[in-house]
Write a protein that binds this ligand. Structure first.
Ligand SMILES: C[S@@+](CC[C@H](N)C(=O)[O-])C[C@H]1O[C@@H](n2cnc3c(N)ncnc32)[C@H](O)[C@@H]1O
Length: 182
């Protein structure tokens, strides 16, 4: 089910003004991320979404930004300092097959990252364990890399791991699902 990992320098290609027009972070996140929440950005890259999430959760909230690659986290940290939200973001370098975050969270974003993970079932289990009851996961994959059938198979495995499908938000050039922990 998994593909190859986006190289760290690829982070610069997927974080640019055109991307922000196609995927406006605040518009995508505003229905789900609110003041005071603890949220997790899985496969955060250089922080296209983590930094706007930090402003949405406000000074009383927290963002846990998780990535496999140290270089992504290094650039994210620099950008977070520049944006004045570094104190709300906790960076976490994980292993390819283990999330290793156990803090309870209210919301998870997994944007263009799950298809790169070697063991998707394990990831669903880890994310399910982190989420508080009634917490939600917005999961988004690129239509260019992830065929419809593969997305459907991964969605089935998410449901088998305990998630319920709540919605299929429309996000440009993407398959997406809003999953909840009952
Ligand atoms: C295509 S980028 C997307 C980055 C960001 N979410 C965005 O939408 O701009 C995929 C990211 O997932 C990370 N990634 C891939 N496999 C991972 C894994 N097993 N655990 C954590 N992060 C992973 C990569 O290092 C990369 O930063």
């Amino acid at each position: 089910m998994s593909g190859h990992v986006c190289p760290w320098w690829g982070g610069y290609f997927i974080d640019n003004p055109l991307r922000r027009l196609i995927h406006p972070p605040r518009r995508i996140l505003a229905p789900y991320v609110h003041s005071g929440m603890t949220v997790l950005d899985f496969g955060c890259g250089m922080g296209v979404f983590s930094i706007p999430m930090a402003s949405l959760v406000g000074p009383t909230g927290r963002v846990i930004a998780v990535d496999l690659q140290q270089e992504m986290l290094r650039v994210l940290a620099k950008r977070a300092r520049r944006a004045g939200v570094a104190d709300r973001i906790r960076l976490y370098q994980c292993e390819a097959d283990s999330l290793e975050v156990t803090d309870p969270v209210d919301f998870v974003l997994a944007f263009y990252s799950v298809h790169e993970v070697p063991n998707v079932r394990r990831l669903w289990a880890d994310l399910f364990a982190c989420l508080r009851p009634s917490g939600s996961l917005l999961w988004v994959e690129p239509i260019g890399h992830v065929p419809k059938r593969m997305f459907a198979e991964m969605l089935k495995s998410a449901e088998e791991s305990g998630f319920r499908l709540r919605d299929r938000p429309r996000i440009r050039l993407s398959h997406s699902a809003l999953l909840v922990k009952p």
